[in-house]
Design a protein. Structure first.
Length: 260
């Protein structure tokens, strides 16, 4: 299936998701005030599946930073994941708080704008255990060196002494499902206004923290905004090639997390 056909199908899916169940209470209704772009649940929202896409709800100084692009962004990504892979994925995200044991129920966690997170000692302890037990975290929409450093402060709380690195071109995470050899910046919606970067983050970077066995346990789409590329995949003005690339990156990271 060609890229344009993929986007057309996803666009139709977005319209369907937005229109469906207009009078039913959505599964995550209690968080919709915090979400940037909430949409209604699809008809199969409560159908269990093998894979849950976890949206990490973390504490921050600025209200609702965890919910940037939520939840339309991940809903369209889940449509793409189901279409572009054999993953038996739940059709809606799983909002994962950083207290209790619920973090362990979603082995794949996605955190947006994590340069703004401010973890308590207990939050960090839970995150460290999550990663140590085989969990995977990917962070998105954090820009410039300061935001990355603030994100790494939280990682250092969770994994003392953690060191980040640039992911090499031959790493499995770029080839596990789709062969993504020509990496380009995945810009946010601001590219529609002619600006591909945000908040001084001029160079796209793909970064990672590994465990002692060299497995990537936390990864970052630094100076990029794949969540916007997912969220605006059905918008004619947003570049189609960026949405298609963002979906493929997301699929690769999910498959890597499930197989490594």
């Amino acid at each position: 299936m060609g890229p344009r056909r993929t986007i057309v199908l996803l666009g139709l899916a977005a319209l369907f998701l937005s229109a469906g169940h207009a009078f039913a209470r959505n599964h995550w209704w209690m968080y919709e005030r915090e979400m940037q772009d909430p949409i209604n649940d699809p008809p199969d929202a409560e159908v269990p599946a093998e894979f849950k896409f976890g949206r990490l709800r973390y504490p921050s100084f600025r209200y609702g930073r965890w919910a940037t692009d939520a939840n339309k962004g991940e809903r369209l990504f889940l449509v793409a994941l189901r279409r572009l892979s054999l993953v038996n994925a739940q059709s809606i995200e799983e909002v994962v708080n950083m207290e209790g044991d619920e973090m362990y129920d979603s082995p794949f966690l996605y955190a947006v704008a994590a340069g703004d997170w401010r973890l308590t000692d207990e939050n960090a302890k839970m995150l460290g255990k999550f990663l140590e037990r085989g969990g995977f975290l990917v962070v998105d929409d954090l820009h410039n060196d300061r935001e990355w450093a603030d994100f790494m402060d939280g990682i250092d709380q969770a994994i003392p002494g953690a060191v980040d690195e640039e992911i090499p071109d031959d790493d499995a995470i770029f080839h596990v499902t789709f062969d993504i050899s020509d990496r380009i910046m995945i810009s946010g919606y601001n590219i529609v206004r002619g600006q591909p970067y945000e908040r001084g983050g001029y160079m796209a970077r793909w970064r990672a923290i590994r465990d002692k066995k060299a497995r990537i346990v936390a990864a970052g789409w630094h100076n990029q905004d794949l969540g916007d590329a997912w969220e605006w995949a059905d918008a004619p003005e947003y570049p189609e090639n960026l949405s298609n690339r963002a979906f493929r990156f997301g699929v690769n990271y999910v498959i890597y997390a499930m197989t490594h």
